[in-house]
Design a protein around this ligand. Structure first.
Ligand SMILES: [Zn+2]
Length: 263
């Protein structure tokens, strides 16, 4: 037994040789050949539990998925998400989100409206917008309104020069699909160069709204309005109070914002 005496195990699905390194593995650390590996579309946690029988079922499901994409799936709406898009077939209540994490980009898993339970939009500081099936409206967290304040200490380099802050967004979808509980997609980034009220940030959220609108609508949630809970509002006002104390905004600006927040 040495480093090079690897005894290759044949693929449990098709019998082909399996790669010695970086093989896709199912339950009991069983490697799968690279051809079969490329066809899989499944969360890693589920893959690690998958029996040979279930692998075979999954690959049949993947073939059926490819067939459905050709014969059934007819998207009538598409919204950009970074370099991919959310594609929706309203008549059949189906959607796809082609991302590398879900395997072959030419055969993205088709999800049903009824499988979508929630979405969340995150930036690197955390949650900024979310919506659950059964909610009255989507909800924004305080970070959605005062994002760049959190970055103020990072906005100057050691020589005191002002820096642009790049903000990366991520879209999380929570699903009750046999193979996917959660899918995470890059939602793009934005350079926030304004200090207190980052117009680029607001513009990003606005630009992204066709996606969140569509996702909310698929869950039967009215996305024409947003709500903030009482804690979020209080937190928000506190942040603007700090800005007032720091002399960054005027009393007038503070009062206007406060009034707006209290509705
Ligand atoms: Zn195989």
């Amino acid at each position: 037994m040495g480093l090079f005496s690897n005894k290759k195990k044949p693929c449990p699905n098709c019998g082909k040789a399996t790669p010695r390194l970086f093989a896709v593995k199912i339950a009991d650390e069983m490697p799968v050949c690279s051809d079969c590996g490329k066809k899989i579309s499944m969360a890693e946690t589920k893959l690690a539990q998958l029996s040979v029988e279930e692998l075979k079922e999954h690959l049949v499901w993947r073939e059926e998925n490819a067939k459905q994409l050709k014969e059934v799936f007819r998207p009538n709406f598409s919204a950009d998400i970074a370099w991919t898009s959310l594609n929706i077939d309203e008549a059949n209540q189906l959607f796809t989100l082609p991302i590398h994490e879900c395997g072959d980009l030419k055969n993205p898993p088709i999800f049903k409206y009824e499988e979508l339970n929630a979405y969340e939009l995150h930036d690197k500081h955390g949650l900024i917008e979310f919506c659950n099936r059964g909610d009255a409206t989507p909800q924004l967290t305080s970070a959605a309104h005062t994002p760049v304040i959190l970055d103020s200490d990072r906005r100057r380099n050691s020589k005191g020069r002002q820096l642009d802050i790049s903000r990366d967004f991520k879209l999380h979808l929570f699903l009750s699909n046999p193979y996917w509980d959660k899918v995470e997609a890059n939602a793009g980034n934005v350079l926030a160069s304004e200090y207190v009220f980052p117009e680029e940030y607001t513009a990003f959220l606005e630009k992204f709204s066709p996606v969140t609108f569509a996702l909310a609508a698929m869950m039967g949630v009215d996305a024409t309005t947003y709500v903030m809970d009482a804690d979020t509002i209080a937190e928000e006002i506190k942040k603007f109070e700090e800005l007032l104390d720091g002399g960054i905004i005027t009393e007038e600006e503070f009062n206007a914002k406060k009034e707006q927040l209290l509705g």
